[in-house]
Design a protein around this ligand. Structure first.
Ligand code: IDP
Ligand code: MG
Length: 140
């Protein structure tokens, strides 16, 4: 299995509750390596563009305002099968449906304020990583 990279965000509901370290521990315990990380305040334009694929969905406006409501931690994770592995550690979008032990089951507040983002494919991972990081920011 080839080493892969994925893009992750620790969302404002989690940074607000000081959960960055606990979430990072779950990522690292799953064998994912945090090879780049930065804490930022997302602008409205950044959030709208990042979530552009959802712009016709009824929750789009609320999602953008949530994602800009406080700091987020953007990350690049590296490991075997990193995209799928991160999705597994994250748990289902709706925390009510997430498996025990997953980040969303343990920490999410709601289907919207669900603590983490993770890329859904290697192709989208590459696009999302390039949106926030230069190649020289990533040290594997
Ligand atoms: P994912 O984060 O598990 O990949 P997506 O369907 O890509 O889920 O949705 C992106 C984000 O939009 C979710 O993580 C969540 O924050 C928000 N979201 C998704 N569905 C809903 C909803 O039905 N109501 C409110 N927010 C939602
Ligand atoms: Mg998604």
């Amino acid at each position: 299995m080839a080493i892969e990279r994925t893009f992750s965000i620790i969302k404002p509901d989690a940074t607000r509750r000081n959960l960055t370290g606990k979430i990072n521990a779950k990522l690292e315990d799953a064998g994912l390596r945090i090879v780049a990380q930065r804490r930022i305040q997302m602008s409205q334009a950044q959030a709208e563009s990042f979530y552009g694929v959802h712009k016709e969905r009824p929750f789009f406006g609320s999602l953008v305002s949530f994602m800009t409501s406080g700091p987020v931690v953007v990350q690049v994770l590296e490991g075997e099968n990193a995209v799928a592995k991160n999705r597994e550690v994250m748990g289902a979008t709706n925390p009510e449906n997430a498996d025990a032990g997953t980040i969303r089951k343990e920490f999410a507040e709601s289907i919207e304020a669900n603590s983490v983002h993770g890329s859904d494919s290697p192709e989208n991972a590459a696009i999302e990583i390039a949106y926030f990081f230069a190649g020289s920011d990533i040290v594997g």
